[in-house]
Design a protein around this ligand. Structure first.
Ligand code: SAH
Length: 261
């Protein structure tokens, strides 16, 4: 895809700001925001880039007002340099799709650049070792935009394959049992000893990393919240240990099948 040339002098950057800490943002993301005169986003993501915002026009809105925010950004981008910021990668459960749908429908000439960011799956995996080294799947347990029956169907299929499954949005205030239900589906397909990593607030001040097992998390997932990413290991995943202490999770890519080391 190539960005379409703008009729006006504006441009829209759709910027993934990474998991939280500013040094986990890409240079391109920082440059895009720095070169914008207008920045649109949810307050949480704007806070992550507060050092870049001096002198800019800021448009923030609360969670759940995504469509309104996306429209505002596209309108502004007809005449201005605009960044719309979205946590992690803007194209992974983020703002990119709604922004592009509005561009396509109402302002097709808008110049757009999508700036990738470190998504929660990569951020969480880096803190757990190497749990996602080969094929893996990603599923969001949020049923705000996807019906729950469809999510369950996807969970059955994903866990049935036996590769690691990363769960985004594992808990919501409205549906606190989503994770428990997902883990019950996992238990139908995977041994209770399957390693699981839970990373809460990756690369943020309250970061916590927990390595546990499927049977234990299915028993008690109280400590998991909506700022957590859950990495359910696959059939090849194992605990990475040093003596008695658990350092993380490794899913071998398969070098052992080819090489002696
Ligand atoms: N676009 C974002 C995902 C938004 S969905 C991205 O690419 O990362 C929101 C979910 O992402 C949260 O419920 C949580 O599961 C996950 N998440 C986002 N940031 C996180 C972080 N810093 N640590 C752990 N999980 C995170």
């Amino acid at each position: 895809m190539s960005p379409s040339p703008s009729q006006g002098k504006g441009k829209l950057y759709i910027v993934g700001t990474g998991p939280g800490r500013s040094d986990q943002m890409t240079m391109r993301a920082r440059d895009a925001i720095a070169s914008s005169t207008h920045v649109v986003g949810n307050q949480i993501y704007l806070d992550n880039v507060s050092d870049l915002l001096a002198g800019k026009e800021i448009f923030n809105s609360s969670m759940g007002r995504e469509v309104q925010r996306a429209k505002k950004a596209v309108e502004l981008a007809q005449d201005h340099m605009v960044s719309i910021v979205s946590g992690g990668d803007a194209g992974v459960y983020g703002m990119a799709s709604i922004v592009l749908e509005i561009v396509e429908k109402s302002f097709p000439e808008t110049a757009v650049e999508i700036v990738p960011g470190v998504t929660a799956a990569s951020a969480a995996a880096s803190l757990l070792g190497s749990p996602l080294s080969s094929d893996f799947m990603v599923i969001s347990l949020s049923d705000l935009l996807t019906p729950w029956v469809e999510i369950e169907r996807r969970l059955e299929a994903a866990f049935g394959v036996g590769v690691p499954v990363v769960l985004y949005n594992p808990k919501s205030l409205r549906r606190p049992d989503n994770l428990h239900t997902a883990l019950s589906i996992a238990k139908k397909h995977l041994p209770g000893t399957t390693p699981i990593g839970v990373v809460k607030d990756a690369y943020r001040p309250d970061e916590t990393v927990t390595v546990t097992k499927l049977e234990a998390l299915a028993e008690n997932d109280d400590f998991v919240d909506m700022h957590s990413t859950v990495v359910v290991g696959g059939l090849d995943s194992r605990i990475w240990a040093e003596g008695e202490s658990v350092r993380g999770i490794i899913t071998p890519r398969g070098y052992n099948r080819k090489y002696a080391y």
